[in-house]
Design a protein around this ligand. Sequence first.
Ligand SMILES: C[S@@+](CC[C@H](N)C(=O)[O-])C[C@H]1O[C@@H](n2cnc3c(N)ncnc32)[C@H](O)[C@@H]1O
Length: 242
Amino acid sequence: MEPENSIREAIRDTYSKIATRTPGVCGCSCCSNTEIEGSNEAESLRAGCGHPVNEANIKPGEVVLDLGSGAGADAFQAAKLVGPTGKVIGIDATPEMIWKARDLASKQALENVEFRLGEVEHLPVERDSIDLAVSNCVLNLLPDKLMGFQEIFRVLKSGGRIRISDLVTSNPVPRSKVRAESWAACVGGAVPETEYLQLLKQAGFEDVQAVNEEACGNECCSGQSSEIRSVAISGIKRQVSR
Ligand SMILES: C[S@@+](CC[C@H](N)C(=O)[O-])C[C@H]1O[C@@H](n2cnc3c(N)ncnc32)[C@H](O)[C@@H]1O
């Protein structure tokens, strides 16, 4: 396998180009390079593989964390659902994505959403502070998935939940053959569903479940290996009785 820093560099390079609309660059899914102004610009820059916010049962007043928030489409959707008494924090490791998301938030005058530069494996978020963590096609990219899952567990409140859309594979690429570019395209880092769920349980999550994500099948996964599919994953951090 290529060194971890080469993988992280390839990820930043790929997603900075997507954020700045460099033609012909695709990440986890092929995205539009069409210039669209205004609030629809975030939608046009979506690079996810599902719709985690739709299924997350978000309530007004909740604090939502979007892991690998990209240009902010899911965070903006969640911000409307949590309302003025709630808050959404988007985290992304690519500076250009953070700048784009901040710009789009200010154009929409959204005051209940903020974007922080950082890695899922080292979340710049206080422990026990989040009601719901969502993520859309990001966690397959983590070189150390268990470390990322443990960080998510740390920042969730007791009783908090996760709703993740992500790619899994039934035929993982042997580690010795993985190239950084294929990792950045969400293929090289994808693991089997059973391994993914096991790592979440190892990090402390309970009631961990996965169902196939219908959103992925046509354009979302086109060009990817047929062994790759999108799943919708849920789980909870059990409530601690005091
Ligand atoms: C496939 S895109 C998905 C973006 C967004 N969730 C969406 O649906 O449009 C993956 C995003 O994850 C970010 N990313 C990759 N590795 C990360 C990490 N370790 N920590 C935080 N963000 C990461 C990338 O910069 C990129 O913006």
